[in-house]
Design a protein around this ligand. Structure first.
Ligand code: SAM
Ligand code: SF4
Ligand code: SF4
Length: 372
């Protein structure tokens, strides 16, 4: 079976956008809120659907090999289009932008895009928080340029410290030492504090968690353990491969004295704990066992310009068509974004228990397409 890019075409969304264009709504209150009262606050922008890794939980090699899997370059939003859309999102309430992918550092000159986004200002004249999630493979080379361009922080994905386990998980024979070099380069460049994301899979890398916690004690790096999710529905996800955060915490608490911390802000995805001896912080992202849809304030923009309102979304509003074909102005784009967010009622993770796990091609958007 071959993976494919899932077309995000939906008549309902198209009609909503057309409605917004025709009845250009007044700017209204900012931020815009959805049907569950959640404000639009974060925007995750996927800058490419390509990746040099083949993590089994995201782009398994058996599905992601061969030609024609990825978008042709002409389909991608260019940097002017991304910046223009981002500025409209900011006008509707977005205060934090995360660049992601695919692997965002594979997008040529991505530091130039960072520089353009760093110039954005909120209506109050404040800069927007600008971050990026990367697999770290190119970070040693790019960290200083990213910082100089205006990036505030970076999150690095790192699933194991043991080189053999790491190479097996990225399935690209990529050495862990190079990612660790990237983390050092990011810290040296001032991209700090830095978060490390580890997707934990039972029997694959759950034995690495203790080593990761030990490795980053007494550093400005915050390891965060993510429950393996059924994203995209294309990789044979099974509940018994999920290690619940509560179980991980119990295991870690045998060796480390950990104290709970307050969330830094509403909508934060991780529950935070700190070492009682002051050696730093760790986090758990329990998207399967303790869903956090109630505070979810994240919109996603795919590399080809679709607005997706949930990581598990099946549909996207085609903002690129509004930009390129309809020649929409900022007010019209703003109205289309407002209309989509206002209609949003997604809470997939909270409802997961009542739905069967998805199989390939069930219509959910793949993670590498809209970004994590
Ligand atoms: N390539 C970059 C990276 O790996 O950091 C950015 C894109 S990646 C899709 C974003 C995040 O999603 C990564 O931290 C990755 O570990 C996480 N992720 C991907 N598939 C996942 C899954 N099935 N369950 C949980 N997290 C997942
Ligand atoms: Fe690539 Fe990131 Fe997906 Fe791994 S998780 S395959 S690094 S996009
Ligand atoms: Fe947000 Fe969707 Fe994840 Fe719930 S399932 S937290 S709505 S992205």
């Amino acid at each position: 079976m071959k993976a494919r890019v899932i077309p995000l075409v939906d008549e309902r969304m198209r009609r909503m956008a057309a409605h917004a264009l025709l009845h250009d709504e007044p700017a209204g209150s900012v931020p815009v809120h959805d049907t569950l009262g959640r404000p639009l606050h974060d925007l995750r922008i996927s800058v490419t659907d390509r990746c040099n890794f083949r993590c089994g939980y995201c782009m398994p090699r058996e599905l992601f090999a061969g030609q024609g899997l990825f978008m042709p370059r002409s389909e991608l939003l260019d940097f002017d289009e991304i910046t223009r859309l981002a500025s409209v999102f900011v006008s509707q309430g977005v205060r934090k932008i995360r660049l992601t992918g695919g692997e965002p550092l594979l997008r040529r000159d991505v530091e130039r895009l960072v520089g353009m986004l760093a110039m954005l200002r909120t209506p109050a004249g404040e800069p927007v928080e600008l971050t990026l999630t990367t697999n770290g493979s190119l970070l040693a080379r790019k960290a200083a340029a990213l910082k100089a361009a205006g990036l505030h922080r970076v999150t690095v994905s790192l699933d194991a410290l043991d080189d053999a386990v790491f190479r097996r998980m990225n399935d690209a024979d990529f050495p862990v030492a190079e990612v660790l070099r990237g983390i050092d380069a990011a810290l040296a460049a001032g991209l700090s504090p830095l978060k490390v994301n580890t997707v934990v899979q039972r029997g694959v890398n759950d034995h690495e968690v203790e080593a990761i916690v030990r490795h980053f004690r007494h550093t400005p790096v915050v390891p965060r353990f993510i429950e393996y999710m059924d994203v995209g529905g294309s990789h044979g996800w099974r509940m018994d491969q999920v290690v619940p955060s509560a179980e991980l915490l119990q295991r870690l608490a045998r060796r480390h004295a950990l104290l709970p911390m307050e969330p830094a802000r509403k909508g934060e995805t991780a529950s935070r704990w700190r070492h009682a001896d002051g050696a730093g912080e760790i986090g758990f992202i329990s998207s399967v066992t303790q869903a956090f849809c109630g505070d979810c304030n994240r919109a996603r923009l795919s590399a080809d310009g679709r607005l997706v309102t949930c990581l598990f979304g099946r549909h996207g509003l085609d903002l690129r068509a509004l930009l390129r074909e309809a020649g929409a102005g900022d007010a019209q784009l703003g109205a289309a974004i407002r209309g989509t967010w206002r209609a949003r009622s997604d809470r997939y993770s909270e409802q997961r228990g009542s739905q069967p796990p998805g199989d390939a091609g069930d219509g959910r958007v793949a993670m590498h397409y809209i970004g994590g």
